[in-house]
Design a protein around this ligand. Structure first.
Ligand SMILES: *[C@@H]1O[C@H](CO)[C@@H](O)[C@H](O)[C@H]1NC(C)=O
Ligand SMILES: *[C@@H]1O[C@H](CO)[C@@H](O)[C@H](O)[C@H]1NC(C)=O
Ligand SMILES: *[C@@H]1O[C@H](CO)[C@@H](O)[C@H](O)[C@H]1NC(C)=O
Ligand SMILES: *[C@@H]1O[C@H](CO)[C@@H](O)[C@H](O)[C@H]1NC(C)=O
Ligand SMILES: *[C@@H]1O[C@H](CO)[C@@H](O)[C@H](O)[C@H]1NC(C)=O
Ligand SMILES: *[C@@H]1O[C@H](CO)[C@@H](O)[C@H](O)[C@H]1NC(C)=O
Ligand SMILES: *[C@@H]1O[C@H](CO)[C@@H](O)[C@H](O)[C@H]1NC(C)=O
Ligand SMILES: *[C@@H]1O[C@H](CO)[C@@H](O)[C@H](O)[C@H]1NC(C)=O
Ligand SMILES: *[C@@H]1O[C@H](CO)[C@@H](O)[C@H](O)[C@H]1NC(C)=O
Ligand SMILES: [Cu+2]
Length: 828
């Protein structure tokens, strides 16, 4: 549609992730406020009442455009009709000149698609089954205490690969749909987390609940954070916050808790050991006024730790308070005494600082004091589909230009594609986001050494509704996915994935000679999935090209996590503009350095599942050495004009292995099928090409390096195993002394020749925040490419219309002609 930007409506409820907000408000209310100069209305819902404490969870119900400042119709799209007759255009069914707008989706097939994400209905069914089986102990299904058992997460448990392949390729029976459910069992004598397989979900009559873990296997103290725990932490800290009130007022611009401040609990893992739980917390300004969104750019130099193991919150206590990095103070009274005694260095933020946070520092509003750039008041370039979509979506199966694949997703690991085929050949069985790791460095109590593994918090576990016309063109089709909200014990729907054909407006290939010329305009299908994980927004993208290439890209946007800039930090250097951990980025903020490493599962099936993994070494050296790789030659033939050359050395990996990119020893990674050859007798294959990427630099001795094992390699190859579904465990960073599901454990020397090989690809970037990262980070990206490698006998695009012309401008052929039309305002 032409309105811009359009925010989709949808329940936007922060779940148990880092965005979780629980607050002590005696009010169940719905408020809204508006900025006169602008057009957004934020609807804020505060709901939830728990055991005497009222708990508010803000449901950020999207942002609706409320003015009538609509775009003009997109007239004059300037269609240039081509003069060829290769393809006769079908008559578009225009509606007042609007482009035809066929709905490419058939959503009635959603639940009958093998890999479709679990729907709200299916999650309800699974939770009913667990409820009836007494796996859940909460009254009214509303968790009120950690001593109860309730569902943390729920998502599709994909069928066994063998069963899916049988079904898709060998007339096997259709695999049923199952939920993988994580239950936090606080009601058990020895509390723990259990995972279950629940289903088949078609009808509840024959559904089973099968445990996937053993009781006690997942220690209660290595569980992810959830809303009930945050409520208990807030409750526990109430007294301490009261004791700190005068200190807070004096230090932080007359701020009061909880009106102006919130407590941020998610500073890396809760302790370094499986059996312990120590939650480091930091105070931060509620930059978004009363809403605590993911505002972790305004954190303050006041921190402490809660000892909070087990489910008995009476055992919990606070300790290790720090103020401006001074401490630890055993108790809050120790800190207050020291503060009052003036034996402590103090900070005093200037009056008025706090009030400037929201509009001046945090909100991404155009600076109206600046003149518009020339013509910036006019709409920018746009593209549209003159004859409607060229892709179809049946349930969650997508077809476009001889590509086909299934879209799946889950709240912990995010989006995944299955059974990717091109021109009738299977290319990959699974291509899935698995985890995102961030390791921070900063000179701040409570926050130093933060490590996030985002699957632990859930990559798609809050509302990730797409912003039409911002995230994707308005003509994109959108698919729903669902997530389980542990606090409400209920599933929610969101329009989270968009699919569209993109006009690259460039040549996919071209050549212009003196007598002929030709090229192909690059168009590709995009599956785009923006997700929000607390402060950061990630955009995952899968791009399918006409020539058989497939790009997987991860982009980062959103807010950084900042740290307090302490001008008088006694161990800072002479240069007050930067320290060992980053730059000063504003008056009271530094941008701590960290990385973003994205881990993907890439289960290539080149033609079928019997593949091998070849490393093609790109070498350089003496001619003789090059020739000797192939024969027993002893003399260099005379036609070589240099003594040195580049050459290839082919290595078929016999055993599971992990690789790091190294510019001094460049390699090509190729998955080949030794049993099928192209017309020229060469093994057909696909190359895995990591794009520009960073590498893990923490040493092996770092306690988190096992949990983070997937960040040590860029490309890892293992033998496919049903029980090695992901490259990390969501619990390992919370039990780094006893990790159980990390990538290195899969590297157990198994043979991978002519086997079902799986690749694990990790790419990412280093982030040294600079002043341009405030308020919004500069968007950066990394990814990898899957590229046909002797897979086809020739360039794979010559079954497509293209442009070619001979001397004298005789057009030999061209793309289909089209009629100019006005961008359709239909949304699918
Ligand atoms: C294309 O047009 C040319 C000249 O108008 C004509 O000779 C030729 O038969 C046409 N080809 C097709 C496939 O219609
Ligand atoms: C501090 O805030 C209180 C209200 O919370 C107000 O009464 C007082 O005037 C404020 N003091 C200053 C110095 O702004
Ligand atoms: C909870 O902890 C408190 C304080 O240690 C103790 O007195 C109480 O007995 C514990 N409750 C249970 C159920 O273990
Ligand atoms: C208060 O400060 C004085 C010195 O300024 C020191 O002797 C005394 O121990 C301090 N008291 C506390 C409770 O820190
Ligand atoms: C998709 O999700 C939205 C937002 O929750 C909901 O309004 C809509 O009905 C859903 N569509 C389908 C087909 O389930
Ligand atoms: C794949 O390999 C297995 C044994 O390793 C063999 O049984 C099977 O026939 C092979 N399949 C193909 C398509 O080559
Ligand atoms: C090279 O020489 C070795 C031993 O002399 C022999 O076994 C081998 O077959 C030779 N290889 C080729 C390619 O001629
Ligand atoms: C190649 O190596 C030979 C033997 O080391 C040497 O004599 C010759 O000059 C070299 N040629 C060049 C072009 O460097
Ligand atoms: C891996 O397995 C091969 C074949 O069984 C064996 O020769 C080799 O020593 C093993 N390597 C390791 C590191 O265990
Ligand atoms: Cu970053």
């Amino acid at each position: 549609m032409a309105n811009n930007p359009g925010f989709d409506k949808g329940a936007n409820i922060s779940n148990s992730s880092r965005t979780y907000h629980v607050k002590h408000e005696e009010q169940t209310t719905s408020k809204c406020f508006m900025f006169c100069s602008h057009v957004f209305v934020l609807l804020v819902f505060v709901v939830g009442l728990v055991g005497g404490i009222l708990i508010g969870i803000f449901a950020y119900h999207g942002i609706n455009e409320t003015t009538s400042c609509q775009n003009q119709n997109n007239q004059g799209t300037g269609a240039k009709t081509s003069n060829n007759n290769l393809t006769q255009p079908t008559t578009p069914q225009t509606n007042n000149g609007q482009c035809p707008s066929r709905n490419p989706k058939d959503e009635t097939l959603y639940e009958s698609t093998v890999f479709a994400p679990l729907t709200v209905n299916e999650m309800k069914l699974a939770s009913d089954i667990l409820w009836q089986g007494s796996y859940i102990t909460t009254v009214d299904r509303t968790p009120r205490s950690l001593k109860e058992s309730y569902i943390l997460y729920m998502y599709l448990l994909p069928p066994r690969k063998e069963d899916a392949i049988k079904y898709f390729y060998h007339n096997g029976i259709k695999p049923g749909r199952y939920a993988r459910v994580h239950i936090q069992r606080g009601a058990e004598k020895v509390p723990d987390i259990m995972e279950y397989k629940v289903g088949p979900l078609g009808s509840s009559s024959n559904a089973n609940v099968i445990p996937l873990t053993r009781p006690g296997e997942i220690h209660f103290n290595s569980r992810p954070y959830d809303g009930v725990e945050v409520a208990s932490l807030n409750h526990l800290l109430d007294g301490d916050m009261k004791a700190l009130a005068p200190l807070i007022r004096e230090s932080f611009d007359n701020a009061t808790f909880p009106e102006d401040l919130f407590i941020f609990y998610f500073n890396g893992p809760p302790g370094l050991k499986e059996a312990e739980r120590e939650t480091r917390f930091v105070l931060g300004f509620r930059g978004f006024r009363m809403i605590q969104d993911a505002d972790i750019i305004n954190l303050l130099p006041l921190s402490g730790t809660v000892y909070n193991p087990g489910s008995n919150t009476s055992d919990w206590y606070t300790h290790s308070y720090y103020y401006l990095n001074q401490g630890p103070y055993r108790t809050v009274s120790d800190l207050v005494a020291e503060y009052n005694n003036n034996t402590i260095r103090k900070v005093r933020l200037p009056a008025g600082y706090r009030n400037k946070l929201w509009k001046k520092r945090l909100f991404f509003e155009r600076d109206h004091s600046l003149p518009l750039r020339e013509y910036a008041d006019r709409p920018g370039a746009r593209s549209y589909m003159p004859h409607g979509p060229r892709f179809r979506i049946s349930g969650t199966k997508v077809k476009w230009m001889d590509w086909s694949f299934h879209i799946s997703a889950g709240q912990l690991r995010g989006p995944a594609l299955f059974d990717i085929r091109f021109k009738g050949n299977r290319i990959a069985y699974e291509l899935a986001v698995n985890d995102i790791a961030l390791a921070y460095a900063m000179d701040a109590s409570g926050q130093n050494g933060i490590i996030y593994m985002d699957a632990t918090y859930g990559i798609m576990e809050r509302d990730n509704t797409i912003l039409r016309d911002v995230d994707c063109p308005s003509y994109a089709a959108a698919l729903n996915t669902s997530y389980w909200h542990s606090f409400f014990q209920k599933a929610f729907d969101m329009k989270s994935i968009c699919i569209f054909e993109e006009d690259g407006q460039e040549a996919l290939w071209r050549h212009v000679s003196t007598t002929f010329a030709g090229g192909m305009r690059n168009r590709y299908l995009v599956v785009r999935v923006p997700v929000v994980i607390a402060n950061y927004d990630y955009i995952f993208e899968f791009k399918f090209y006409i020539d058989g290439k497939l790009y997987t890209v991860a982009k980062a946007s959103g807010y950084i996590q900042a740290s307090f800039w302490d001008e008088y930090n006694p161990h800072a250097g002479e240069d007050k503009t930067r320290d060992a951990f980053g730059y000063r980025i504003s008056d009271y903020q530094t941008g701590p350095i960290h990385d973003h490493m994205f881990g993907f599962k890439v289960d290539m099936d080149v033609i079928d599942s019997n593949n091998s993994f070849e490393v093609v070494h790109w070498k350089a050296g003496d001619i003789l050495n090059a020739l000797k790789t192939q024969s027993n030659i002893t003399n260099v033939p005379p036609y070589f004009i240099y003594n040195q050359t580049r050459y290839l050395e082919y290595e078929t990996m016999r055993r599971e292995a992990g690789f790091r990119l190294n510019y001094d020893n460049q390699k090509l990674f190729v998955v080949v099928n030794e049993n099928t050859r192209n017309k020229w007798g060469v093994k057909r294959g696909y190359q895995i090409v990591p794009l520009s990427t960073a590498a893990q630099s923490l040493p092996e001795v770092h306690p988190a390096m096992k949990a983070l094992a997937f960040t040590k390699y860029h490309v890892t190859v293992t033998k496919h195993k049903e029980e090695e579904q992901y490259l990390s465990s969501i619990y390992d960073i919370n039990r780094m002394d006893n990790p159980k599901g990390y990538l290195d454990r899969m590297l157990d020397n198994e043979s991978i020749v002519n086997e079902d090989v799986v690749n694990w690809v990790t790419v990412g970037f280093l982030h040294v925040p600079t002043s341009e990262d405030l308020p919004m980070t500069v968007r950066v990206e990394s990814g990898f490419l899957l590229k046909p490698f002797n897979f086809f006998d020739t360039t794979a695009t010559f079954d497509m219309p293209q442009y070619s012309a001979m001397q004298g401008n005789d057009i030999v052929e061209n793309e289909p002609t089209f009629d100019a039309c006005v961008e359709s305002n239909r949304e699918y």
